[in-house]
Ligand binder design. Structure first.
Ligand code: SAM
Length: 288
């Protein structure tokens, strides 16, 4: 009975996503004021900054805090900002999303044939600046990104095996990034926690999970009139779900959304978080 209820909840969420409009979603969330690179308190530059500080922070011996062979983004949507720093420290990047319309949007950028709904140049320039490079280096970064992205494949975080079996090497990914996905595709907290467990199976022991998400959000618009429910989370619930799924917290940061960025496309209560997690499997010791 309980299982049937969970299945129905997941199916209802999938139905909500049928109206998702990549161009509108990008317009709502990835243009000013939310993506204003002149403002330090703008939300998208904050994401980029966090990602950069996590992935490209170098230790004294020249090694990287988070690096490896394979980076996988979970539920990338029609966006690219999440992997702009990571492409410098991982040799391969795999992009995933549930919807073909989003995968198509990204393929258009990857093939560089025009027709993209958003110009990613300011984002690339911003990340170059964070990396201490001149903004004009963005063309090199775009070329690098296109080189390291292996594929854009379907995913369903509600399946115990979220990706096709041959999508990843058997050892798993070195790092997973997921932004605003799990809480906005899960019908409730239990499904969110299960999804965290499912994606954990894609990660190698000791691999990193970098999660950015919304706090206290109950809906967002995925297009005109497409109101998508979100599990309203608080920090304690997120930490408990991660712990239950076998993750160890390394770093947690909270961002308060300025009043003028509450632009009516969601009801985020003003806090976003980022988690920096090391996933540990039994019997595996990692020095943090
Ligand atoms: N990561 C992007 C960002 O930062 O803007 C997009 C986040 S959007 C709020 C949620 C994404 O989850 C959409 O791209 C949607 O296609 C994807 N999605 C929906 N159902 C999913 C599922 N069952 N498994 C994985 N992703 C799903």
């Amino acid at each position: 009975m309980e299982e049937k209820g969970a299945e129905n909840g997941v199916a209802a969420m999938a139905a909500c996503y049928q109206g998702f409009d990549p161009a509108a979603y990008l317009q709502y969330n990835y243009t000013p004021p939310r993506a204003d690179f002149e403002r330090k308190d703008s939300i998208v530059p904050w994401h980029a900054c966090i990602e950069h500080s996590l992935k490209v922070r170098r230790r004294g011996d020249g090694s990287c805090d988070v690096s490896g062979e394979l980076l996988v983004d979970i539920g990338l949507g029609p966006t690219l900002y999440q992997v702009m720093s990571g492409c410098e420290v991982f040799n391969k990047v795999l992009l995933t999303d549930f919807l073909e319309v989003n995968r198509q949007e990204l393929r258009r950028w990857l093939q560089d044939e025009g027709g993209c709904s958003l110009d990613w140049t300011p984002f690339l320039q911003h990340v170059c600046k964070l990396e201490g490079r001149r903004p004009s280096a963005w063309t090199e970064k775009a070329a690098k990104l296109r080189r390291v992205i292996m594929d854009i494949v379907p995913i369903d975080v509600h399946c115990p095996q979220p990706l096709a079996l041959d999508a990843l090497p058997s050892a798993g990914a070195d790092c997973l990034v997921s932004c605003f996905c799990l809480e906005s595709v899960s019908p409730d907290l239990a499904a969110f926690t299960r999804a965290l467990g499912h994606i954990g199976r894609l990660l190698r022991p000791g691999g990193h999970l970098l999660l950015i998400g919304a706090l206290g959000e109950s809906y967002y618009f995925g297009g005109p009139g497409v109101k998508i429910p979100v599990v309203p989370l608080n920090e304690a619930q997120v930490c408990a779900s991660l712990k239950e799924s076998g993750y160890t917290l390394i770093r947690l940061e909270v961002y308060t959304l300025p009043q003028d960025m509450r632009v009516g496309v969601d009801d985020v209560s003003g806090e976003f978080f980022v988690q920096y997690i090391l996933y540990l499997r039994e019997g595996f010791n990692v020095q943090v």
